[in-house]
Design a protein around this ligand. Structure first.
Ligand SMILES: *[C@@H]1O[C@H](CO)[C@@H](O)[C@H](O)[C@H]1NC(C)=O
Ligand SMILES: *[C@@H]1O[C@H](CO)[C@@H](O)[C@H](O)[C@H]1NC(C)=O
Ligand SMILES: *[C@@H]1O[C@H](CO)[C@@H](O)[C@H](O)[C@H]1NC(C)=O
Ligand SMILES: *[C@@H]1O[C@H](CO)[C@@H](O)[C@H](O)[C@H]1NC(C)=O
Ligand SMILES: *[C@@H]1O[C@H](CO)[C@@H](O)[C@H](O)[C@H]1NC(C)=O
Length: 286
């Protein structure tokens, strides 16, 4: 005969579960989020130099709570519902580098650090910014490659990297960003072929905006449509000028030599004629 089973413990009261859920929903995400934005700001501040004092109030005390609902007291920071969603630090003469910890501002939709003196690479960690729509890092001194990981930021509308010192190829993966409406990598040191999916977007989906040559000009070793074809032949302007000058010089030397030879020949002929003349002149007197 089976022993009678002990009665199961009574279930926890529902209100207790409810309170636990509420605490988790209200407090936990916000606490984590604040720490992420704080790490983002404090590390970015550490990696930047600020000779003009524009970031005077970017102080540790202000990082702990950078957002008060929709407002922020930090210069260049815009908030949305307690999280940083926009960083606009254009034209502030900032130096230093872009911290990879910017990727901890996970709600960021717009990152504008254009027209500064920033050097170093574009951190591939920016790929963690899954809401990023605008990336403007133009007119700095950024070097190294364009990280192909940027293609993970599926909402990217604007990639403006013009007037930097970026090198290497344009990653093919960027052609897969279907929301891209502005793409500018002009005036860098990029090389290789222009990705087909960036040059002709109808391969992805008909009606996507095209990027014309102005997006790509000013990169010595970049070639292919929509750039004019002459750059693709491996002959730089310098080589063409060199060949022109060289052949000009060669023909100058050749014609100079020819004139010299001609002069000598005619001189000799004249002398001979003169001699003959002398002789013929003298002849009758004999
Ligand atoms: C920080 O600086 C900006 C402008 O530079 C100003 O609008 C803001 O009020 C300042 N915030 C604090 C807390 O001083
Ligand atoms: C912050 O960013 C750094 C660099 O990308 C990363 O190593 C770290 O895990 C991030 N921290 C959090 C909490 O996401
Ligand atoms: C990027 O910033 C520069 C100025 O800092 C501005 O002239 C340019 O229009 C911006 N790019 C886009 C695509 O908005
Ligand atoms: C662009 O791509 C479409 C489809 O892939 C093709 O039909 C068209 O000829 C291409 N245009 C150019 C200018 O390459
Ligand atoms: C190239 O595209 C830009 C916008 O992306 C436009 O402002 C410009 O007029 C275009 N240039 C030509 C030659 O079509």
């Amino acid at each position: 005969m089976a022993p009678s089973s002990t009665p199961p413990p009574p279930p926890p009261p529902l209100w207790w579960v409810g309170i636990l859920l509420l605490v988790e929903l209200l407090l936990l995400p916000r606490g984590l989020a604040k720490n992420d934005d704080e790490a983002c700001l404090s590390d970015l501040r550490r990696s930047l130099t600020d000779p003009s004092g524009s970031l005077r109030n970017w102080t540790r005390g202000n990082f702990a709570a950078p957002c008060n609902g929709f407002t922020s007291y930090l210069h260049g920071v815009t908030c949305n519902n307690g999280r940083i969603y926009k960083l606009s630090l254009a034209g502030l003469a900032l130096g230093g580098a872009i911290s990879p910890y910017v990727s901890n501002c996970t709600n960021l939709q717009s990152l504008d650090l254009s027209s500064n003196q920033l050097a170093g690479p574009i951190p591939p960690e920016l790929s963690a910014l899954l809401n990023l729509a605008v990336l403007n890092l133009s007119s700095n001194r950024l070097n190294g490659p364009i990280p192909p990981q940027l293609a993970l930021c599926a909402y990217l509308n604007v990639i403006d990297l013009h007037s930097n010192l970026l090198s290497g190829p344009i990653p093919d993966q960027l052609g897969l960003l279907v929301r891209l409406s502005t793409f500018d990598v002009s005036y860098n040191r990029l090389e290789g072929p222009i990705p087909v999916l960036l040059a002709n977007r109808s391969g992805i989906s008909p009606g996507l905006p095209r990027f014309n040559a102005s997006s790509f000009v000013g990169n010595r070793d970049l070639y292919g449509y929509p750039l004019p074809p002459i750059k693709g032949r491996g002959l730089s302007v310098l080589a063409i000028v060199g060949i022109g000058l060289g052949s000009g010089l060669l023909s100058l030397v050749l014609s100079f030599t020819a004139v010299c030879i001609w002069l000598r020949v005619t001189e000799q002929a004249a002398m001979m004629a003169a001699d003959e003349g002398k002789i013929s002149h003298l002849m009758p007197e004999y």
